[in-house]
Design a protein around this ligand. Structure first.
Ligand code: SF4
Ligand code: FE
Length: 483
């Protein structure tokens, strides 16, 4: 079938029979739901840009599996150039949507599973790699969006999966049959789940010998029997149900997370990629996390570009743009944002080939990238709020602006510089509010902290890969220490 257009993508979602719950009810029309639709529009942008000749080089690639042109979001990275293009593509999409566009989790799952299943099969004589290649070929040929599902609810963080009081706190195999397995559990914070056709489930931590039933990876459709999704709330989400567009800040785009439940779901044998080989769970987790930590050096930078732009426009609308401290704050925001981009590019440029043949990022640098992402967007938000002024959180509603009695007063008293309409000023301030405190803040602020692993997860990897022993040796040699 080849690449889908944006319209074909939207129609393909209509064919799914998703079970999505929101505000205590089963959603009847997922595709057109006003709270869900902006998140769908963000994913649709990954299809729309792939059709645009201007972005063809970033958005598409030639599949090593089929030789066909595919969307880069379904591609296995063939060299460091591919890794760099991935980051640039993500920055571009962040700029176009000012939100999380969700499709990266699938791409990062493909690349980590491709190499892990290859090494697993070599060790165990299994056929997971063939299973996975067959699945990915299907994804590429149909240009599907796939949710990469890693995060389990985890229960008591001090206990391993098999020691939990409730064994379902980590998704697990509950039955082994000749034709496949039956699984039960849940995956939390699932980015883009209801905008996806398929789910790839992976374990969320390294496993011990006792955790065999929890060391499982597979793919099922998002509307598989026994799967349902509970929609995650975002700050200010019900503004999307209001008339008008100003108060939504970003009326067209958004992100999405769900709590997805697997209630005794059957997985046929040819869709299983890991089943009890506990020692490979950690490898899969580390590789997926590494790719997704690289991703943040692209997507967050693109969203940051929009926020920096919005702060600059707000300063002009306030008449403050010539002040040296405003200029300096914009410089600082740019410096922080480009530092994140530099990390994303660096871990890509330093990438290496895996035993399976696809390319992996430099893991230490990817973890440094994400560690910076847990901090810099917060500072960029702080500076944006500083520049915007308090009005971004005290401004009356759009309804009051449209009201014949109050509207003229809002128009008169909330005006900044004479040449700019109050309405435009309100729009820009609401956009900043949206990105720092509203629905997009999920994807830009708090996700910068916890997405792709919380800060401590990166510090563990940095400690493991920082090679302190070598550095100590360097110091002793220079100091001519005799021990
Ligand atoms: Fe992609 Fe960024 Fe969203 Fe992750 S947080 S899915 S990398 S846009
Ligand atoms: Fe994320």
């Amino acid at each position: 079938m080849g690449l889908m257009t944006k319209e074909q993508y939207i129609e393909s979602l209509r064919k799914l029979n998703l079970k999505v719950y929101m505000f205590g009810e089963l959603v009847e029309n997922v595709v057109d739901h006003p709270i869900i639709r902006p998140s769908l529009n963000s994913v649709a942008m990954t299809y729309e840009l792939a059709q645009n000749p201007e972005f063809e080089d970033l958005m598409t690639a030639t599949s090593d599996l089929t030789g066909e042109k595919v969307n880069r979001f379904t591609h296995l990275h063939q060299n460091t150039g591919d890794l760099i293009k991935k980051v640039k593509m993500q920055r571009l999409l962040g700029q176009k949507t000012a939100s999380c566009f969700q499709r990266c989790v699938g791409m990062d799952a493909f690349n980590s599973l491709f190499s892990t299943t290859y090494e697993l099969d070599k060790e165990h004589g299994t056929s997971y790699h063939e299973n996975f290649k067959k699945f990915l070929t299907y994804v590429q040929n149909n240009d599907l969006t796939v949710d990469g599902a890693m995060t389990d609810p985890k229960g008591d963080r001090g206990l391993s999966p098999s020691k939990q009081e409730d064994p379902d706190m980590y998704l697990r195999v509950v039955e082994r049959r000749a034709d496949g397995i039956v699984v039960r559990g849940a995956k939390a914070h699932q980015t883009g789940m209801t905008n996806s056709h398929e789910i790839i489930v992976m374990p969320t931590i390294a496993m011990t010998e006792n955790d065999k039933d929890w060391a499982v990876s597979f793919a099922v459709p998002t509307d598989a029997e026994g799967v349902f999704h509970i929609y995650g709330r975002q700050s200010c989400d019900t503004r999307k149900l209001e008339d008008g567009m100003i108060d939504r800040g970003n009326s067209e785009f958004g992100g999405q997370e769900t709590l997805t439940v697997f209630e005794n779901v059957f997985v046929p044998n040819d869709r299983i990629f890991l089943n009890g080989e506990t020692e490979f769970a950690g490898m899969l987790v580390e590789r997926f996390a590494g790719y997704h930590r690289q991703s943040y050096g692209g997507c967050k930078v693109g969203v940051g570009d929009v926020l920096i732009g919005a702060a600059a426009v707000a300063s002009e609308y306030n008449g403050a743009h010539k002040a040296t401290h405003i200029k300096d704050k914009l410089i600082e925001m740019t410096h922080l944002n480009e530092t994140l981009f530099a990390c994303g590019i660096a871990c890509s440029a330093e990438g290496h080939v895996t035993k399976a043949g696809n390319y992996e990022i430099d893991n230490l640098l990817a973890n440094v990238c994400k560690q910076n992402v847990t901090r810099f967007p917060y500072e960029i938000c702080r500076l944006a709020e500083d520049i915007a002024g308090g009005l971004m959180v005290t401004m009356p509603s759009e309804q009051d602006f449209r009201n014949p009695k109050t509207g003229p007063y809002i128009d008169k008293y909330l005006k900044g510089v004479a040449a700019v309409s109050t309405e435009n000023r309100m729009k820009i301030l609401r956009l900043i509010e949206n990105m720092t405190l509203g629905t997009a803040a999920v994807g830009y602020r708090t996700e910068s902290m916890h997405g792709a692993g919380s800060p401590q997860a990166q510090r563990i990897m940095i400690a493991r890969q920082g090679n302190l022993a070598y550095k100590k040796k360097l110091a002793k040699t220079i100091a001519k220490v005799n021990e």
